[in-house]
Design a protein around this ligand. Structure first.
Ligand code: SF4
Length: 286
């Protein structure tokens, strides 16, 4: 008997599910062209589905002078909204409410007199959107970057990108302690991410094999694979059912399935169905 356990938080987080739904509804209900700045999530299947629905992905607004601009779940910089308005575009804002909350916290810290430090991946759209809420925000992605700032702060306000790894945030705060008199940290790792991280740290220890489902272009999925592999070397990342190999399951009693926040539910279901076929033994789904 093979027992397959699917993580409760596997797949789309509610912010991405909401943004994809908004995008499809917008295409269905408006006769105007609908544009997005970059892909909605780092998943090839979802991107293809939205393209089929009529969404046009552009690199910048120079290419657009009429229609609807859909703001993705990650949010955008205030300058993007201003430019869209200047060009007469209708804005449909699918920014995740939890990202909007980070924007608010960032502004609150700024107005309370705390220089803002954002813990996040350089160049990521969510991080750019958060940092642009206030003047002169500092972005750091690693503890080493804090050391290389080479300066001290009387006070500092800290927020994190919603999908940051809790261990990285902890390590960065520890680096800040010797160089700041006062640190005001708002934990803005969102609760779907926190749940994801809890499950990806527990399941590899409870299962013989771990399968992480998601695109290799998704930073979130790659990070999950790394964490899982560190705890259980028999961890495999797959983009879909076709990547699975029968050898991975021979002599195995338990398999854990997790998926990146940009992986659609149907891909996870297909992976589970294929493992059932490959197992060659009765399967129980937990
Ligand atoms: S990861 Fe969290 S903040 Fe980001 S879109 Fe999903 S729910 Fe919203």
């Amino acid at each position: 008997m093979l027992r397959i356990t699917r993580a409760k938080s596997a797949g789309f987080c509610f912010g991405v599910r909401r943004a994809v739904h908004t995008a499809l509804e917008t295409c269905r209900t408006t006769p105007k062209p609908v544009y997005m700045l970059g892909d909605i999530v780092h998943n090839e299947r979802v991107v293809a589905q939205l393209r089929e629905a009529g969404i046009r992905v552009v690199e910048n607004l120079d290419e657009v002078d009429d229609g609807v601009l859909l703001i993705r779940a990650h949010g955008a910089e205030p300058a993007t909204y201003e430019e869209a308005k200047r060009r007469g575009l209708q804005i449909v804002d699918a920014t995740c409410p939890l990202v909007k909350e980070i924007h608010e916290r960032a502004r609150e810290l700024h107005f309370a007199g705390y220089p803002l430090l954002v813990i996040g991946d350089h160049g990521h759209d969510e991080v750019k959107g958060i940092a642009a809420q206030v003047p002169d925000a500092i972005v750091v992605s690693t503890p080493e970057e804090v050391r290389s700032l080479g300066r001290k702060f009387r006070r500092i306000g800290v927020v994190a990108q919603s999908t940051q790894d809790v261990d990285n945030v902890r390590a960065i705060i520890s680096e800040l302690i010797p160089i700041c008199i006062e640190i005001r940290f708002v934990n803005t790792i969102c609760y779907p991410t926190a749940k994801h991280q809890m499950e990806i740290r527990a399941m590899p220890l409870e299962n013989d094999v771990m399968i992480v489902v998601g695109s290799f272009t998704s930073a979130n999925t790659k990070r999950m694979t790394q964490i899982s592999r560190g705890l259980n070397p028999r961890t495999y990342q797959v983009t879909g059912a076709d990547d699975l190999s029968a050898d991975w399951f021979s002599g195995v009693n338990t398999v854990g399935i997790h998926a990146g926040a940009s992986t659609p539910d149907n891909v996870v279901e297909e992976v589970i169905a294929r493992i059932r076929q490959l197992a060659g033994t009765p399967v129980e789904i937990a």
